[in-house]
Design a protein around this ligand. Structure first.
Ligand code: CO
Length: 291
């Protein structure tokens, strides 16, 4: 863990309000993993460049044990953040890694990979998130790439009652484990003590949301309960977000990024710009050209 104390403070003067609260949809994916799809397809334009957020969390092995056997991706990036549990990853480019408590796997599918994500535990808790981050049209057919980021390599800082893990982007002068040009994502895991307050400056044009995974926070006048996503309103004069915990300690992820403003065409695990590109992706997969 890289810990920095008392980083630079940056005042947020005109915080964003909550535009909309989202409960997510319980579903199954992979070979029968139970999860909640928080960011669903109808929100892809509103939350451009983010395409999907799945939250998973269960103490029951039956809910996760089947995992995600071999499946393809093309045209975007997957970011898996493991809060608890062990997940083994393999892909057709020959990469392999073990994702454990507090670690992140950042995978750029680019022109295509086939990979598997399988639990390496038969009991105990499995909890975390998978976020899909779009690639610009010019980058969709780039070479696949990936990086395992162990928990110890995620920069972390503390201020009064607040611990922030900076997975991507920057927060109060602390650079995150990953930087991306074009979409310039910010991905923070924020732990608030009871009554604590945290503010994060955000560029006005970037789309942003908060997902609370422990207890509750307040954003402006809006209470955001556990397992709720708050979509933050955009506005030319809005310079960030201010979060407050209530009587209990709270935890949340804060995610923001620059919209691509390009057409989005999705067919399952392929996200391109046009139908023709999706048909090509399916043909390439069937012909074995993604492996
Ligand atoms: Co996958």
């Amino acid at each position: 863990m890289t810990t920095t104390n008392a980083p630079a403070t940056t005042a947020v003067r005109h915080p964003r309000a909550v535009e909309h609260l989202v409960a997510g949809i319980p579903t199954q994916d992979g070979a029968g993993v139970k999860l909640t799809r928080v960011l669903t397809q109808p929100l892809q334009h509103r939350l451009d460049p983010f395409l999907m957020l799945d939250a998973f969390g269960s103490d029951r092995a039956d809910d996760y044990i089947a995992g995600f056997p071999d499946h393809p991706h093309r045209g975007f990036e997957t970011v898996t953040y493991m809060l608890a549990g062990r997940m083994r990853h393999h892909d057709s480019a020959g990469h392999s890694g073990l994702l454990t408590n507090g670690g992140v796997q950042w995978m750029t599918a680019g022109r295509g990979v086939i990979h598997s994500e399988l639990p390496e535990q038969e009991e105990g808790r499995m909890e975390g998130f998978q976020l899909w981050l779009n690639l610009a049209a010019k980058d969709k057919m780039c070479a696949p790439w990936y990086r395992d980021i162990p928990s110890a390599e995620i920069p972390e800082y503390r201020t009064e009652g607040v611990t922030v893990r900076v997975i991507a982007g920057e927060s109060h002068g602390v650079a995150g484990a990953m930087q991306r040009d074009v979409t310039r994502p910010v991905y923070l895991d924020v732990h608030l003590a009871a009554g604590a307050r945290f503010e994060q400056p955000l560029p006005a044009g970037h789309n942003a949301f908060v997902y609370v995974y422990r207890c509750a926070v307040t954003i402006g006048d809006t209470a955001v309960a556990t397992q709720r996503m708050a979509i933050l309103a955009n506005g030319a004069d809005r310079d960030g977000v201010v979060l407050r915990a209530g009587d209990a300690a709270a935890r949340l992820i804060l995610v923001a990024g620059a919209p691509l403003n390009e057409p989005i065409a999705q067919y399952g695990p392929f996200v391109m710009n046009t139908q023709a590109e999706l048909i090509q992706a399916v043909e390439d997969f069937r012909a074995g050209r993604l492996a």
